[in-house]
Design a protein around this ligand. Structure first.
Ligand SMILES: Cc1cc2nc3c(=O)[nH]c(=O)nc-3n(C[C@H](O)[C@H](O)[C@H](O)COP(=O)(O)OP(=O)(O)OC[C@H]3O[C@@H](n4cnc5c(N)ncnc54)[C@H](O)[C@@H]3O)c2cc1C
Length: 360
């Protein structure tokens, strides 16, 4: 099996395929994966506004897998995976956000987690670091987070332990024979052959293989640091999110912009800080360690592309958009399992990469 792209999806797919007994080669071009800057919130309920039931089900299934995946990965890698069962507060900071948030709570109640509306005072009793601007919201007990950098480091170690052959080298094109994909050619002209090639190259996957249109959606994000962060749970509003880690890192994000550059813009940084400080005022005392931008891989319908292509020998694991950290366990199980010769996972038809060709 060849896996192209060593972001969170490619790394975890390679790990799953190797655990299932496949011989795996993992190729990456040395670019910065979106996963390197991602916050790592595992948020199916916060982000339940998605109208597509299948997508919500996939996100919930992924969130439920996380504790086991974190344990298995820690065993395989010997690393701290960075998974934290912190819970999340989903709050409104402005009067005009109260009604939409209550409506969101009704949707989520119908879907899954039992939710009680809490006043600002009740939320501050849970998390004394919240600002007085926080007027109300929900406590999501089952919505956790993982540190994507620790996750990817653990996956690299687990892959090495499982014999995955990792190489630095950009794939230039897929090698096709008799309408089947039989491997890849790298930018320096080397050819690698494989029974199955998994394309997990983030938003650039569509430059490598036809069939799934992908575009970059930029996100700017900040990393603050303090020995003793002022909150312990993830805090999210319509304006910003704050993800505190046990290490003292506090991630503040994130913009969602229809563009493909990685420039960090002063106005965006200032707005993110202002919105985050309204949520958690003591953030203003923390050290600002990093400002960064990443490019999320998005499909036209916002759903990921997971599974077999029309052409034999090619599997897609791409288009996870804003949810690639959350979804990595299910995408990897589906794509890595297929690559290792297992049957397709049930319930994956809405995410078939073939839907774009059929629609064309
Ligand atoms: C600011 C921001 C915040 C986010 N927060 C969250 C969050 O809280 N929760 C969540 O679930 N998700 C979040 N995401 C989304 C998440 O980061 C992405 O969905 C996820 O990284 C997608 O993973 P991927 O492996 O498909 O792509 P990527 O992470 O982009 O990795 C793709 C890899 O493929 C390599 N590559 C590309 N082309 C080639 C080639 N031709 N040959 C070889 N290698 C190649 C790239 O260099 C890269 O290493 C966030 C994203 C951003 C930008």
């Amino acid at each position: 099996v060849i896996v192209v792209g060593a972001g969170p999806i490619g790394l975890m797919t390679a790990w799953r395929a190797a655990r299932a007994g496949a011989q795996v080669r993992l190729l990456d071009d040395g670019g910065t994966p979106a996963g390197h800057v991602a916050a790592g919130m595992l948020g199916p309920w916060s982000e339940a506004e998605h109208r597509d039931g299948a997508m919500h089900d996939l996100m919930v299934a992924a969130a439920r897998r996380w504790p086991d995946v974190a344990r298995e990965l820690a065993e395989d890698s010997g690393h701290d995976v960075g998974f934290t069962a912190s819970g999340t507060l989903l709050v409104a900071c402005r009067p005009e956000h109260m009604a939409p948030l209550r409506r969101h709570g009704e949707v989520v109640k119908g879907l899954d987690d039992p939710l009680e509306w809490r006043t600002g005072g009740e939320l501050r009793a849970l998390e004394p670091g919240l600002g007085t601007a926080v007027a109300g919201g929900y406590a999501l007990k089952h919505e956790h987070q993982v540190d994507p950098r620790r996750l990817m480091a653990a996956l690299r170690a687990a892959n090495a332990a499982r014999g995955v052959h990792s190489e630095t080298g950009g794939a230039r094109r897929l090698v096709e024979r008799d309408d089947a994909i039989v491997g890849v050619e790298t930018r320096d002209g080397t050819r690698f052959t494989a029974r199955t090639t998994v394309v997990a190259a983030g938003w650039e996957a569509s430059q490598l293989a036809e069939g799934v249109p992908l575009r970059p959606v930029k996100g700017q994000i900040l990393r603050l640091f303090g020995e003793d962060p002022p909150v312990t749970r993830v805090v999210r509003s319509a304006d910003a999110y704050v993800a505190p880690r046990p290490s003292g890192e506090v991630v503040v994000g994130g913009t969602v912009e229809e563009r493909g550059d990685r420039r960090v813009i002063a106005g965006a940084v200032s707005r993110l800080l202002e919105d985050a400080i309204a949520l958690v005022p003591d953030l203003r005392e923390l050290e600002l360690r990093e400002v960064a931008a990443g490019l999320r891989p998005a499909t036209p319908d916002g759903l990921p592309a997971i599974g077999a292509d029309r052409r034999a020998g090619l599997i897609w694991a791409a288009g996870a958009f804003r949810h690639g950290i959350l979804l990595s366990p299910v995408i990897a199980e589906a794509a890595g399992g297929l690559a290792a010769g297992h049957d397709p996972l049930p319930g994956m038809a809405p995410f078939s990469p073939r839907r774009f060709r059929e629609a064309a």
